[in-house]
Design a protein around this ligand. Sequence first.
Ligand code: NAD
Length: 492
Amino acid sequence: LDDNIQKAKNYLGRFAQDGVLNHINGEAIAALDGTTFETISPVDLKPLGKVAHGKAADIDLAAKAAKAAFPAWAAMAGDVRKKLLHKIADAIETRAEEIAFVEAMDTGQSLKFMAKAALRGAENFRFFADRAPEARDGKSIRAPGQVNVTTRAPIGPVGIITPWNTPFMLSTWKIAPALAAGCTIVHKPAEFSPLTARLLVEIAEEAGLPKGVWNLVNGLGEDAGKALTEHPLIKAIGFVGESRTGSMIMKQGADTLKRVHFELGGKNPVIVFADADLERAADAAVFMIYSLNGERCTSSSRLLVEASIYDTFTALVAEKAKRIKVGHPLDPETVIGPLVHPVHEKKVLEYIAIGKSEGATVAAGGTKFDGPGGGCYVSPTLFTGANNQMRIAQEEIFGPVLTAIPFTDEAEALAIANDVQYGLTGYLWTSDVTRAFRFTDHLEAGMIWVNSENVRHLPTPFGGVKNSGIGRDGGDWSFDFYMETKNIAFAT
Ligand code: NAD
């Protein structure tokens, strides 16, 4: 751990010295009005650097740069773009350690997972790089006296707004397809964890990305974020964050008729029937709520268990939760590090207090954790004896807090699972294939895993229903969002 802390200091030194600058038209620059805000590490609440506090004027400059760079970038042959995006992936791999260390200290999410997330960032670039040459392809449709040809073209400069959890990986997931499609971008990362977005744009330009194609403006949601969603030169907004922010963005973008793509919150159920492989199901349930600090949109924060096995199964989960290593995010053994920021820690602890006052039983955790550095640590928490009307069962807590609810039969399990405003993911555990098919057919979620934790296969669609999102990412779905389809009818 001591070696890792020293390494992190070396990687973070540049931010303490130079701050975290914006990046517009190929230049690293301060906010135009010279203001900054501070980003702190959740490990010890000490400052990591002063961040450029961009506002509407910075967004305007960035949007104009993205607009100016658009024609040449959009006209670049797909195979040339493919090579360039692979070069960015190569450069991410070369700097993966630096990215993982910086990310762990900025977010509190553990090195164990951030090291994988950095490499997944490279994989995201490779995945969309390989699809760049076909991005514009359409199809032909014959009609009497007519042949129709459809083609696709990049929509224009787009805005990408990202949240503070796993920010590096999530940014690559949104930005790589935009670039592969031929769009130029303005990225507004989250104010709690802005460091790796700065690394990412630098890496891209060092790999050869033309200036102005990728612009970065740091700032708060209510100023830089809002200005980006309202800017007339920005044709679409790819947003990942809270559902209520999604609503605000829709309103803000209405005057300029923005196209929007939303990946929003979740209250995802794991449903465990008595006929499941219970040991595997318990491991998966524990992994899906406590890894990444529970600060994960696809985390399984509701555990629905068949009544006949409820006590034994929740006891198994509680025992596993108590054994999870909470600690310094740079300790290679740590699973749960400090939560991203004192503001978020307060929110999670308030929900734990709400759960207790609602009458749920604390079967594990339920308290702040006294971790190294004295930062925002919370013990992995399991509530049992809960029902679906409780706020801890309905609202997104976005921390290491799991709420377990019993059900008596399939119909009740389905009713409870669907009785929330969200519908991002679901995880079903049963050995009955017919039931699995029937159940998943009626479960309201964009993505469901049967007898598995969340294992992503990039060509499959990613996104949610209800208040969890609008649109899908992955494979060609991403290109549909970042591109316009044109139909040309030829008379025959
Ligand atoms: P958030 O909505 O508070 O912030 C996300 C981003 O939006 C930040 O960059 C913020 O500055 C910006 N923003 C805030 N107000 C804005 C406004 N009025 N206009 C424009 N931009 C604005 O979310 P968060 O707290 O950073 O992230 C956690 C949330 O993200 C959780 O709800 C989580 O479920 C969700 N999330 C969803 C997915 C998914 O794929 N569905 C993935 C990760 C996180």
